[in-house]
Write a protein that binds this ligand. Structure first.
Ligand SMILES: [Zn+2]
Length: 355
């Protein structure tokens, strides 16, 4: 049970009333578990008591699974959320590598069913804190990176394009937008306009909603007239995928990626069964993270002309060199291409690539 008041006197009055009611009804209050939380920018310690029992004034309190802090910052709650989500991610990956048989689809399904709701809990209250929620994104990025066995620093946009998952922040924004939509539709159609006309400060609800819609290139009119939650979801996810694509088109770490992956759907090779070591090798090739002198030199800041291959080739050891030219891989290359006549033919053609 929570008693709320804007002033200390009001709360003390409520506490007295509650005590009187408990006496009449024969109920006992557990004073050890009863706490007072005072919201404000500065911490002021008050004296609180009920029926001659001193009550503790705390700075954070967990109520119905959400951790409230006296400054109304959601940092503590989000840290707690992150820690518990990371624990679940650890358990999913452990399952994936043992009983899960290294299958990607079941691991992704468990992530969507367990971790996303875990992160989203209470998002309607804390989700407006744009800066704080961006820190949650690493939960999903780290999970996908470890699931696909890719090195640290792998682009989150690429991981999302490969698996078809939208960003966690988009899920949070969708929860907020759906809530705002339901408010508009349940009560008064002009309620949204009312919010907006009273949006004098940056932090008002109207301004926050406007900022959020702007992020997904939606106008208030579109938001008001969009047919269903499903359509809203499609529009928001579509725009977040567009932003990822824009990022990938200009990404220097994987210049090839967007040439063969043109949408945000789960790549078919992830859904079929294949030995995990082969899948890992294929994924690292797609993500441009197969070990090579060009990549390692870029990370270690070695001048480009010094990123040689040990075969004696007078150029940079990059992926096209390893795959198409390098004599070290001649035998495995012939072994592969000879099994695939069409590929063998195309390998004879001069291949252009961009770096
Ligand atoms: Zn070589």
């Amino acid at each position: 049970m929570a008693l709320l008041s804007l002033v200390p006197v009001g709360l003390k009055k409520l506490m007295r009333r509650l005590h009187e009611l408990c006496v009449i009804e024969g109920l006992k209050i557990n004073y050890k578990k009863t706490k007072v939380l005072v919201f404000g920018r500065r911490y002021v310690n008050h004296r609180w008591s009920m029926d001659n029992h001193q009550l503790e004034q705390t700075r954070v309190f967990k109520y119905l699974g959400v951790i409230f802090s006296d400054t109304l910052s959601w940092k503590t709650h989000l840290q707690y959320t992150k820690q518990s989500a990371i624990k679940t991610v650890g358990a999913i990956l452990k399952f994936h590598r043992s009983t899960g048989g290294n299958l990607v689809t079941p691991a992704l399904k468990i992530f969507e069913a367990k971790v996303i709701p875990q992160v989203l809990y209470g998002a309607l209250i804390w989700g407006w804190d744009t800066k704080a929620i961006s820190s949650l994104e690493t939960i999903q990025t780290d999970f996908l990176r470890r699931l696909l066995n890719l090195p640290p620093g792998t682009s989150s946009a690429m991981l999302r394009a490969e698996t078809g998952l939208p960003p966690l922040t988009t899920h949070i924004h969708l929860a907020l937008l759906r809530f705002m939509r339901s408010t508009v539709h349940l009560q008064n159609k002009d309620l949204l306009n009312l919010y907006l006309t009273h949006s004098s400060t940056q932090k008002s609800w109207g301004a926050r909603l406007e900022n959020l819609l702007h992020r997904y290139h939606l106008t208030i009119h579109q938001f008001n007239t969009i047919g269903s939650d499903k359509k809203l979801r499609e529009a928001v996810i579509h725009h977040s995928q567009y932003l990822d694509r824009l990022y990938l088109l200009n990404s220097r770490s994987a210049p090839w990626y967007w040439r063969f992956k043109t949408d945000h759907s789960r790549s078919p090779y992830l859904t079929t069964y294949m030995p995990s070591n082969l899948r890992f090798a294929f994924t690292s090739l797609r993500f441009f993270s197969l070990p090579n002198a060009e990549r390692e030199g870029r990370i270690a800041k070695v001048p480009k002309e010094q990123r040689y291959c040990i075969c004696g080739y007078q150029g940079v050891e990059d992926l096209p060199h390893i795959l198409l030219d390098c004599p070290i891989y001649h035998n495995p290359r012939m072994n592969l291409t000879s099994r695939w006549p069409d590929l063998n033919e195309s390998a004879q053609l001069p291949i252009k690539y961009y770096s």
